[in-house]
Design a protein around this ligand. Structure first.
Ligand code: ATP
Length: 235
């Protein structure tokens, strides 16, 4: 289980994440819905050790992660697919994937994990020698997810994976993410794209101005008035 307990992130006086508590179980897809500036990226970065936690804690299988440097978190089983993907775009697909396999927990099983990535994303197998810069946005997002998988995470964090992608590409991406979930990995996804993310999630939370203001199963949130008003224009 991945647990965030009253997680708080501050930038100077600005409170970006204000006491967020949530859980993700192995093999579960949890989406955190929030508008621009709600604190979604800050929350994920704190879990991944990329910004400091001001208060509260992150626990993985009861081990307290907060305060650990990012490379130790990766070895504990946390992988982040950041907004903007963070790929080395002058390198090939395969080279980028290999960069994901640096945590000690991933060494020795590189070939097996890469085969699993290629099974879930056959397009990447076909294009393993292609320079990432020359690929479409959807393909680059697949590389970013594949690279995160290469660290053999227990929990995968995704920062707005649908951003900038055409709806059909987003649908394919979420179907592939469901296959990653089927391998037992827990997914924590932050999104503004309510419909598609709830369609593929088990549970969700609403994040507004750094606070959780709603929670429920994906089905409940889909028909929740607060979600309707905040994101779907009341339709
Ligand atoms: P977006 O979808 O626009 O990325 P978000 O929900 O991911 O939004 P964050 O990026 O976490 O939100 O930002 C939350 C708040 O913290 C915003 O008010 C933002 O301006 C502020 N913030 C984010 N990063 C920093 C930083 N490095 N320094 C100061 N303030 C920051």
């Amino acid at each position: 289980m991945l647990e965030l307990e009253t997680l708080t992130v501050r930038y100077g006086k600005h409170l970006a994440v204000d006491g967020v508590s949530l859980t993700v179980a192995p093999g579960e897809v949890v989406v955190v819905l929030g508008a621009n500036g709600a604190g979604k990226s800050s929350m994920l970065k704190a879990v991944a050790g990329m910004v400091p936690t001001a208060q509260g804690a992150v626990r993985l299988h009861s081990l307290t992660l907060s305060g650990m440097p990012a490379h130790k978190l990766a070895n504990a089983g946390i992988a982040l697919v950041p907004e903007g993907r963070g790929l080395v775009d002058r390198m090939t697909v395969e080279e980028n994937l290999r960069l994901g396999a640096t945590p000690p927990r991933a060494r020795g099983s590189e070939a097996e994990t890469m085969a699993q990535v290629f099974d879930i994303f056959p397009r990447l197998a076909e294009r393993r020698g292609q320079i990432v810069r020359t690929m479409s946005g959807g393909e680059q997002q697949m590389v970013a997810v594949g690279r995160a998988m290469m660290s053999k995470p227990d929990f995968l964090l995704l920062d707005e994976p649908s951003l900038g992608l055409a709806p059909i590409v987003v649908g394919d991406l979420f179907k592939a993410l469901a296959r990653v979930r089927d391998t037992g990995v827990g997914l924590l996804i932050v999104e503004q794209n309510v419909r598609i993310s709830l369609r593929h999630a088990d549970r969700g939370y609403l994040l507004e101005a750094g606070r959780i203001t709603g929670a429920g199963t994906a089905g409940e949130l889909m028909t929740d008035d607060a979600v309707q008003n905040a994101f779907l224009g009341g339709t």
